[in-house]
Design a protein around this ligand. Structure first.
Ligand SMILES: *[C@@H]1O[C@H](CO)[C@@H](O)[C@H](O)[C@H]1NC(C)=O
Ligand SMILES: *[C@@H]1O[C@H](CO)[C@@H](O)[C@H](O)[C@H]1NC(C)=O
Ligand SMILES: *[C@@H]1O[C@H](CO)[C@@H](O)[C@H](O)[C@H]1NC(C)=O
Ligand SMILES: *[C@@H]1O[C@H](CO)[C@@H](O)[C@H](O)[C@H]1NC(C)=O
Ligand SMILES: *[C@@H]1O[C@H](CO)[C@@H](O)[C@H](O)[C@H]1NC(C)=O
Ligand SMILES: *[C@@H]1O[C@H](CO)[C@@H](O)[C@H](O)[C@H]1NC(C)=O
Ligand SMILES: *[C@@H]1O[C@H](CO)[C@@H](O)[C@H](O)[C@H]1NC(C)=O
Ligand SMILES: *[C@@H]1O[C@H](CO)[C@@H](O)[C@H](O)[C@H]1NC(C)=O
Ligand SMILES: *[C@@H]1O[C@H](CO)[C@@H](O)[C@H](O)[C@H]1NC(C)=O
Ligand SMILES: *[C@@H]1O[C@H](CO)[C@@H](O)[C@H](O)[C@H]1NC(C)=O
Ligand SMILES: *[C@@H]1O[C@H](CO)[C@@H](O)[C@H](O)[C@H]1NC(C)=O
Length: 458
């Protein structure tokens, strides 16, 4: 189990920095394609779940001609990074970024690099903007050149995928292959969707004059892909013709001023998305919780609720985990006549599958409500999202899919992958609000039901 490390590490970077006081020039490339038309189509990308790590990968294209890359999806990541060493980065369209460029420091660069050895290469250049790519799963950071190159993603009319469109001058950081430790097999970098100028939704919105809004629909299936929509508030049409941009509940997106994990970007807030969970209910009954933990401590940055694609299961601070698990066991017993069986790690509360009925929204168990800022903004977890089926060694059980993160856990709650699957989440960075659907299984579709068969509408 890889939880996010507790401590905040300040990285001391001894760098020659050259921040120019003259107005920064805009980046201009001689080989860049003509600017996109005023009304561009939004883009989509498939998201797959890795069977071994239970983490998610996003597929994109990079370089010209487009080359497919699978990257670890990090909802709270600041910027993309790609291994430029293992398969020596080669592309006719890449460029370094001068340190005086307007996309260097405002886009989270940490310094300016010089390289003694000719010949110049993707990882060796003078006056080159430097980034500090992080592996968010283990305590590891690098210090590498930033590059821009052509990013490719399929366009969409909201109903199916069109041809691959190029986003020129997409900014990312190089990284060494050892930064890929514990990443899903076959990945070669990290895809960042967090709150920053360099994240995918913000770069795409800027390049294509689209709304700063993206949606995430993680598939509950190990074999069929889910989808992210980038640069659109909707429609998000899923077979058989269900628009999941309708009927969302909304809650403000919060930012944490002091929650950076390794490299500290203060005074910028962290790139992770927080929401204001104010209460948890089990079978409609409020669970007694320590309210102090549920709020972000403005001094230490601890506490609060993060939405994270890096943890497979929602992870709760010990006291919250205990209170929710006790309430769940009580309601399962009294209202659903379920008796707990031997638990299976990493879970602490399991039921024999023989005694659990399964309906459209998963096993019939007490619903868990995450109550946001108001009583009408409730993210309801039905059995498909609250329970995990464990079938091995003669055991067949449904386990409560929540994990105890320890007493010193840096957040009160990390809402993890399993709880997001087959839910549509819309991150509107213009309005700074999260739209959430609760289980789309109830509405007769799944996140694997987006039609990725290529049409010709781009
Ligand atoms: C930025 O740096 C480049 C290369 O060093 C130089 O050609 C350009 O004049 C600089 N621009 C400004 C505004 O300093
Ligand atoms: C960087 O500049 C130094 C000093 O001018 C030079 O020796 C070196 O070759 C340059 N490196 C690259 C990659 O151009
Ligand atoms: C990763 O993929 C390679 C090649 O596809 C395979 O040989 C290897 O066994 C895989 N490793 C794991 C841990 O799945
Ligand atoms: C984005 O860049 C602008 C300047 O271009 C800067 O004012 C702003 O603080 C940056 N935002 C973030 C989240 O880094
Ligand atoms: C993952 O496992 C499922 C069955 O559990 C299988 O259908 C699917 O093909 C596997 N995916 C990969 C990429 O191995
Ligand atoms: C959408 O929400 C409205 C009111 O909340 C409800 O009446 C309607 O049935 C919902 N539609 C769907 C398709 O869920
Ligand atoms: C609630 O949590 C805060 C922060 O961890 C702690 O200081 C306080 O003692 C807790 N209160 C109770 C009643 O446990
Ligand atoms: C509760 O479940 C037990 C077996 O798990 C069964 O024998 C009993 O009849 C059930 N009671 C009710 C009221 O359904
Ligand atoms: C979270 O919600 C509670 C209850 O509505 C409110 O008192 C509090 O100010 C909210 N916190 C933030 C940071 O919006
Ligand atoms: C399955 O059971 C055997 C014997 O009880 C045990 O040695 C083995 O570790 C178990 N495997 C798993 C995956 O739990
Ligand atoms: C998926 O989209 C393609 C291209 O737009 C279309 O030809 C096909 O009929 C769609 N499939 C379904 C099941 O609607």
């Amino acid at each position: 189990m890889n939880t996010i490390p507790l401590h905040v590490f300040v990285l001391f970077l001894f760098l020659v920095t050259t921040i120019s006081l003259t107005p920064p020039p805009t980046l201009s490339l001689s080989t860049s394609p003509p600017p996109p038309p005023r009304r561009s189509l939004p883009l989509v990308a498939p998201i797959r779940k890795d069977n071994t790590t239970l983490r998610y990968t996003l597929s994109v294209y990079l370089k010209i001609p487009p080359q497919r890359l699978d990257l670890l999806l990090h909802l709270g990541g600041r910027f993309f990074w790609v291994d430029c060493y293992r398969n020596y980065y080669s592309s006719p369209t890449y460029r370094h970024i001068h340190c005086n460029s307007s996309v260097c420091y405002p886009f989270d660069a940490v310094g300016c690099g010089y390289c003694s050895g000719p010949p110049p290469s993707p990882t060796c250049s003078n006056d080159s903007c430097l980034y500090s790519p992080e592996n968010p799963l283990i305590l590891k950071v690098g210090l590498e050149d930033a590059l821009v190159d052509a990013l490719g993603l399929p366009s969409t009319d909201g109903s199916s995928a069109g041809r691959v469109e190029v986003v020129p001058n997409f900014l990312f950081s190089c990284a060494r292959p050892d930064l890929l430790a514990e990443f899903p097999n076959g990945t070669s970098g990290l895809a960042a969707l967090g709150f920053s100028n360099a994240s995918l939704p913000v770069q795409v919105a800027k390049a294509r004059s689209l709304p700063r809004c993206f949606a995430l629909c993680l598939s509950g299936s190990r074999s069929a892909a889910g989808v992210t929509f980038v640069g659109t508030v909707g429609p998000y049409n899923f077979l058989p013709g269900i628009d999941l941009s309708k009927n969302l509940s909304y809650t403000p997106i919060l930012l944490n001023p002091h929650g950076d994990t390794f490299v500290v970007y203060a005074p910028k807030p962290t790139a992770e998305y927080y929401v204001n969970v104010t209460a948890i209910k089990v079978n409609g009954k409020a669970v007694p919780l320590n309210a102090t933990l549920l709020a972000i401590d403005q001094k230490s940055g601890h506490g609060g609720t993060i939405i994270s694609t890096l943890v497979p299961y929602t992870t709760l601070q010990t006291s919250i985990y205990g209170a929710v698990a006790r309430a769940f066991a009580r309601e399962a017993s009294t209202a659903f006549n379920l008796t707990a069986t031997q638990p299976v790690k990493p879970f602490g509360l399991c039921y024999s599958a023989r005694h659990v009925n399964v309906a459209r929204a998963g096993p019939a168990v007490p619903a868990i409500d995450l109550v946001m800022h108001g009583q009408d903004a409730v993210w309801r977890l039905f059995g498909a999202n609250s329970m995990v089926r464990i079938q091995r060694n003669g055991t067949d059980a449904w386990c409560l899919g929540l994990v105890d993160g320890g007493a010193e856990f840096r957040a009160a709650i990390l809402i993890g992958g399993h709880q997001m699957e087959d839910n549509l989440l819309q991150f509107d960075l213009g309005k700074m609000r999260l739209g959430f659907s609760s289980s789309v299984l109830v509405r007769g579709t799944t996140c694997a039901n987006f039609n990725f068969t290529t049409g010709n509408h781009a």
